[in-house]
Design a protein around this ligand. Structure first.
Ligand code: NAI
Ligand code: MG
Length: 362
């Protein structure tokens, strides 16, 4: 057995961020103890609270700590207090900057369904049952980062341009992340593009196919056009395993996919670069409506902590142990308020975190 020393930076952020991040920290402490690792934690400000205290949503000290970390666990940022449109800076600017500064080009979003939630899915149970998709979205290129321009025309109207740009290297590295993930799962990789129309997509398809053929020949590989994918995702979601796609297509498809399980409250995500630390977070926001009440569901953050162990520290058994503990707690019927049916008893944030710890140790 390998004993790992790791420095983990916590970015609790705003709203329920600190409440759920604390439960993520506790499960990591428990894993360290159980498996003989040594994790050191450091907490730093980001988002609205950092604007209040330092006038900057991503203070230099926070960024430096992140650069020196092995993994970063983030809660969420933002809230009505900082929504003033005339403000010089916004909490989200801190998130965008950290992704850019750390070169986090691959966004990983597992969409897993749980048996007990199937009746809350907008889709019929037979369709969504068994769905377990692992989305890999390119995060630092494509149309969101290409040249854009707004021109005034002579007749007073305007013309706007946004450019989708992808280069060989950008496609190769994100496809490799996805292909490796597929190797560790069922071995099925789907690449989504719009190669019938877009030049940037034709390059995407060519490079993706070459990377898979040369480096991952054992994978079952297929290619789907993005418009068809939008349909397949609701007609036969359980037939996909790992899906890799560009920035904008991934943005849209992962939002569509996040509705499949019936609750977003259990979904984690990760953003990875080529070296340096990954950033792990729940996909939900800072939930200002329930902040401070002690009722936020910590499970998405706990599952994000499991992803940190798997993808940044190479501790797959430990990640699986957390995931199994979460499954056990849900199977035993424990619910936070967001998951509970009317009249069902619900647990608070800390109690739910404690249940997962107990399941991990049992
Ligand atoms: P939200 O995800 O914060 O909340 C949506 C609804 O889900 C609310 O009713 C909330 O109470 C509930 N909810 C969310 N997470 C929950 C949890 N763990 N347990 C129980 N209930 C939960 O999205 P919303 O309301 O659109 O945004 C609130 C703030 O969060 C905004 O300032 C937004 O900009 C920010 N935000 C930040 C994100 C991030 O930091 N990555 C992502 C999305 C939104
Ligand atoms: Mg989006």
């Amino acid at each position: 057995q390998r004993n790992v020393n790791a420095k983990i930076v916590l970015l609790p952020g705003d709203g329920i961020g600190p409440e759920v991040t604390e439960e993520g920290r506790k499960i990591l402490v428990e894993v360290a103890e159980k498996f003989g690792h040594k994790f050191e934690f450091e907490s730093h400000p980001i988002g609205g609270n950092a604007i209040d205290d330092f006038g900057d949503p991503l203070p230099e000290a926070t960024l430096n700590a992140c650069r020196n970390a092995d993994g970063i666990l983030l809660g969420a940022v933002g809230g009505p207090k900082w929504d003033d449109p005339t403000a010089k800076t916004r909490p989200e600017a801190g998130l965008l900057k950290i992704r850019k500064e750390l070169g986090l080009f691959a966004n990983l979003r597992p969409i897993t369904t749980h048996e007990f939630l199937l009746d809350s899915s907008p889709l019929r149970r037979e369709i969504v049952e068994g769905t377990d998709i692992f989305f890999v979205r390119e995060l630092t290129g494509g149309i969101y980062f290409g040249d854009s321009n707004l021109e005034q025309n002579a007749d007073g109207s305007e013309t706007a341009t946004s450019t989708m740009v992808y280069s060989t290297h950008e496609i190769e590295r994100v496809v490799r992340v996805a292909a490796k993930a597929a190797q560790g799962r069922s071995g099925h990789l789907t690449s989504v593009d719009k190669a019938n129309v877009l030049e940037a997509s034709r390059l995407w398809r060519k490079v993706a196919e070459r990377v898979v053929r040369e480096e991952f020949p054992d994978l079952k590989y297929d290619v789907v056009l993005v418009d068809a994918m939008a349909m397949h995702l609701i007609s036969r979601p359980s037939t996909f395993d790992v899906v890799v796609t560009g920035n904008m297509f991934g943005d849209i498809l992962t939002d569509e996919g996040s509705m499949l399980p019936g609750s977003m409250g259990l979904l984690p995500s990760a953003s990875l670069g080529s070296d340096g630390p990954g950033l792990y977070e729940p996909i939900h926001g800072s939930a200002p409506d329930i902040a401070g009440l002690g009722i936020a569901n910590p499970l998405a953050t706990i599952l994000a902590a499991a992803m940190l162990l798997r993808h940044s520290l190479n501790l797959d058994d430990e990640a699986k142990a957390i995931e199994a503990a979460v499954d056990a707690v849900l199977s035993a019927g424990h619910r936070t308020k967001d998951l509970a049916k009317d009249g069902e008893v619900s647990l608070g944030t800390i109690e739910m975190g404690q249940k997962v710890i107990e399941a991990l140790n049992s």
